[in-house]
Design a protein around this ligand. Structure first.
Ligand SMILES: [Fe+2]
Length: 391
C-alpha cells in the first residue's frame, strides 16, 4: 500500500498479546478483521487505519491469511424511544458481514456496535449460528494499542477474572455499598451468563483485553442505588448524558425498581422505563440484574491515547474501581431486538459476597491471591502486579 507505519515496541507487545495470548492465531487460518467506517470520523465505532494495519500484519506474520473488511453501518436514530424498534423494524447486520463469518476460522472485530452485551440480539444469535471463533478487540486505535491496558498479559487478567468469579456462589449473600449512599444487598442466584457458570471457560468468544466477570444474578435485591453516570452506549440509547448533572436515586424492592428520584436525568429514565415496560412488561422492564465490575488493573487510559471521552469512559468501566448494575431484563421478549445494558456506573464501591471482598475502592480483592501473585512474577517487565506504575 506504499504506506509505512512504524510500530512502537509498546504496540508490538500489545499485538502479540492480542494475537497469541487471546486469539491464539494459527498458521493457515483464515482470519477476518472487521472495522466500521464511521469510527474513523467520530462515529461510535472508534478505530484507526494504523491499528487495523498492525493487526493485519501481525496475522500475516503468523502464517495466517488476513482479510480486512471495512463495513458501513446503517444511519439511525441515537435515542431509541418512544416507538422502540422491534425485530422487524430495527437496523440489521449487513449481509456481507454474515457471509464472512460463515467462511472464517477467526473473526477479530473492532466494531463497538457488534457487541454481545450491548446492542442487537442479532449479533449473539449470529455468533451462535455460525460458531465462528470471535474476538472483540477493544484496543481499536494505535494509541490504545500503545497503552499499559493493552500490554497487560492476557493470561494475568484472565486469572484475575477467574479468581474473582470463584468467590461468587449461588445461595451466598452479597452486599454493595458506596460512599455516595448506595446500599444494596441480596442473594446470589445461579449464573445466567452464556458461559453457564461464573467460572466456565469462555469457549469461542474472547474479549481483548479481558475486563469483567459474569454478572451476579441477584435474588431478592433490596436497597437504594445512587448514581451519577451511566455506561455510554445505553446512555445514548436512552438520551441521558454519560455524566449526570444530579445524582439519581433508585429505590429497589424484591429485585424491582420502585421509583426514580433526582433531576432531569431521573425524569428521563422514569419516562423511558414507562415505554420499556410497555414492550417488556412491568415485571421484566423494572427488573434489576447484575452487579458486576471491572478486573483490569491498568484500565485507566490517558486522554492523549484515547481522545474520545465516551469511549474512554467505557474502557474505564473495566477497572476494579468500577461496578455497574443492569436496569431491566430483555431476555423474555423475543420481539425486543436489543441486549439491554442500561448500566448505572459506580466508582469506588465495596462489593462483598459472603463477607469476602470482590472490590474495595479501586482495588480488587484477589490481588494478593497466591495464583495471581505467582503469575504476576512471571512478567517482571510487563504491567501486571504493579500495573498502575505503567499507566
Ligand atoms: Fe454489564
Amino acid at each position: 500500500m506504499g504506506d509505512f507505519r512504524p510500530i512502537p515496541s509498546a504496540a508490538a507487545q500489545a499485538i502479540d498479546n492480542l494475537l497469541d495470548g487471546c486469539a491464539a492465531v494459527q498458521r493457515d487460518q483464515h482470519v477476518v478483521i472487521l472495522a466500521a467506517v464511521d469510527g474513523l470520523y467520530g462515529g461510535v465505532n472508534v478505530v484507526d487505519e494504523t491499528a487495523i494495519t498492525w493487526v493485519q500484519q501481525g496475522v500475516q506474520a503468523r502464517g495466517a491469511h488476513a482479510t480486512v473488511m471495512w463495513v458501513d453501518l446503517p444511519v439511525r436514530r441515537t435515542v431509541i424511544w418512544p416507538d422502540i424498534p422491534t425485530r422487524e423494524t430495527v437496523w440489521r447486520i449487513p449481509a456481507p458481514v454474515k457471509s464472512v463469518m460463515r467462511g472464517a476460522d477467526l473473526l477479530i472485530s473492532h466494531v463497538l456496535d457488534f457487541s454481545t452485551e450491548e446492542e442487537l440480539k442479532e449479533w449473539p444469535d449470529l455468533l451462535a449460528e455460525t460458531k465462528v471463533h470471535f474476538v472483540r478487540n477493544m484496543a481499536t486505535t494505535a494509541g490504545l494499542l500503545s497503552t499499559a491496558w493493552a500490554r497487560t498479559p492476557h493470561e494475568y487478567v484472565s486469572e484475575l477474572r477467574l479468581r474473582t468469579a470463584d468467590l461468587i456462589h449461588a445461595g451466598a449473600r452479597w452486599e454493595l455499598t458506596n460512599p455516595n449512599g448506595t446500599h444494596l444487598e441480596g442473594t446470589v442466584g445461579p449464573a445466567t451468563s452464556n458461559w453457564g457458570s461464573y467460572t466456565a471457560p469462555r469457549g469461542r468468544r474472547g474479549s481483548f483485553p479481558e475486563g469483567i466477570y459474569p454478572a451476579i444474578n441477584p435474588v431478592g435485591m433490596q436497597g437504594e442505588l445512587v448514581f451519577d453516570r451511566m455506561l455510554p452506549v445505553w446512555a445514548r440509547d436512552i438520551g441521558v448524558p454519560p455524566s449526570f448533572d444530579r445524582p439519581v436515586t433508585v429505590t429497589i424492592r424484591d429485585n424491582h425498581i420502585v421509583k426514580f428520584e433526582g433531576g432531569t436525568e431521573a425524569r428521563t429514565l422514569e419516562a423511558f422505563y414507562v415505554e420499556l415496560a410497555k414492550v417488556l412488561g412491568e415485571d421484566h422492564g423494572y427488573e434489576m440484574r447484575a452487579p458486576h465490575g471491572g478486573i483490569h488493573p491498568a484500565a485507566r487510559i490517558r486522554p492523549v491515547l484515547c481522545p474520545d471521552d465516551e469511549y474512554r469512559e467505557f474502557l474505564h468501566s473495566f477497572h476494579p474501581s468500577s461496578i455497574h448494575l443492569h436496569l431491566g431484563n430483555h431476555r423474555y421478549n423475543d420481539d425486543f431486538p436489543y441486549c439491554l445494558h442500561a448500566a448505572p456506573e459506580l466508582r469506588g464501591s465495596t462489593l462483598k459476597v459472603d463477607g469476602k471482598v470482590l472490590h474495595d475502592g479501586d482495588r480488587l480483592g484477589v490481588m494478593d491471591h497466591p495464583s495471581v501473585t505467582a503469575m504476576a512474577a512471571r512478567y517482571p517487565d510487563r504491567p501486571a502486579g504493579d500495573a498502575e506504575r505503567w499507566i
